[in-house]
Design a binder for this molecule. Structure first.
Ligand SMILES: Nc1nc2c([nH]c(=O)n2[C@H]2C[C@H](O)[C@@H](COP(=O)(O)OP(=O)(O)OP(=O)(O)O)O2)c(=O)[nH]1
Length: 132
């Protein structure tokens, strides 16, 4: 099982989604910024490092929004998604095909990594609750 950490970065009522590079596994699908936890790192350290590498920013992390386990044909991932915000720096597209800030209501317009489906469903449900 591969430990993956990702960030649900909020700016007002929008959150950041990132399109995976074409040459990587699950290429061109959308995901949350993040990546694999390396040996000797805590989850938070790994996620701060990944956000610097991918986005050029320092993030401030809050509580875990959700965690999921998903079995792909190549790997099984344990994905832990943290709430967070950009603490400092200017967002740069350093590794992804594209970056986009979206409202939860825009989720159906994007094709995400299958492991993220349950997370996106919960985001949509929470958004509907706040609108009710
Ligand atoms: N970052 C991230 N990865 C995700 C998400 N959903 C999902 O299934 N994944 C999968 C895609 C990849 O198979 C794996 C993360 O690996 P990665 O390739 O992005 O990680 P990395 O940057 O550390 O990769 P590497 O080049 O060192 O292999 O988790 C998500 O929302 N965010």
């Amino acid at each position: 099982m591969v430990e993956v950490v990702a960030a649900l970065l909020w700016e007002g009522d929008k959150f950041l989604i990132c399109q995976r590079p074409a040459h990587k596994a699950r290429g061109l699908l959308w995901e949350f910024a993040g990546g694999k936890v390396e040996v000797g790192e805590t989850r938070e350290q790994a996620l701060i490092r990944e956000c610097r590498e991918e986005l050029g920013v320092t993030v401030s992390l809050g509580h875990v929004f959700m965690e999921v386990v998903h079995e792909y044909a190549d790997i099984t991932v344990h994905l832990v998604l943290f709430n967070g915000t950009v603490q400092s720096g200017v967002l740069q597209r350093l590794e992804h095909e594209a970056l986009c800030w979206i409202h939860p209501q825009d989720i159906p317009q994007y094709e995400f990594c299958p492991a993220d489906e349950a997370i996106l469903k919960r985001l949509q449900e929470e958004f509907k609750t706040t609108q009710a």
